[in-house]
Every structure is written in C-alpha cells, then in structure tokens.
Design a protein around this ligand. Structure first.
Ligand code: FES
Length: 114
C-alpha cells in the first residue's frame, strides 16, 4: 500500500529532461503504468503511454511526432497530442490525457489511479 495521493500532482522530471518536440515516457511504480510527456511549442502534454489501438501494447513514446500529431509505430494510428483526439485509426479511442504543469524547474502531472 502506498501513501501517495494519486489525484495530486506528482513530479515526473526536471524541466530540461523533456525538450521541445520530444516524447518521454515515465514509469509510475505505484500505478504500474507509464505516462508519456511531450512538449510542443513550449506547452506540455501528458497522456497514458500505452496505445489505445487495443492490439499490441505499444509505447506511444517510441512513436513519431510531427507537429502536434503523434503516430504509433505499430499500426500507424495518429492522435493530436493537444486535444487527444484520434486523427487516424485503427485506434478509435482518444489519448487518456492528464494535466501537466511546470514550475520550479520540475514537470508535474496529475495522474488518476483508475
Ligand atoms: S498498437 Fe498502436 S496503432 Fe496499434
């Protein structure tokens, strides 16, 4: 059992660990899952790293980022990292996004446990 409050912002990285146009995964030991963080045009976006395609459990952080579009390398699904909306299948589900903030040289995300 952990005393970490999952609905509170948690530190994922130092600011310089997520440069612009770069997707970085972070493993959350207590939740047993990865969250990806991307910085596009200076804005941070955080979302579950697991592709929503439902097939192979592929990491979105190893996909290709083109502007605000992230493409999964496994079957080519695409999402807008700003809105989380699907741009192209086979995935039909949006990215599961989390609030990401940056202050005091640290990147934080509020990740729900469920
Ligand atoms: S696993 Fe990502 S598109 Fe299928």
């Amino acid at each position: 059992m952990t005393d970490l409050q999952t609905d509170e912002p948690r530190v994922l990285a130092k600011t310089d660990e997520v440069p612009d146009a770069y997707v970085r995964p972070f493993y959350l030991e207590d939740l047993k899952r990865r969250v990806a963080v991307v910085r596009v045009g200076g804005a941070l976006h955080a979302f579950d790293d697991l592709c929503t395609c439902g097939g192979t459990p592929c990491s979105l952080a190893s996909g290709l980022l083109d502007g605000t579009t992230l493409m999964c390398q496994c079957h080519g699904s695409r999402w807008d990292v700003v809105t989380g909306a699907v741009e192209r299948g086979p995935a039909t589900g949006p990215l599961r996004k989390y609030e990401a903030t940056e202050a005091d040289g640290k990147i934080r995300a509020t990740v729900s446990a469920t």
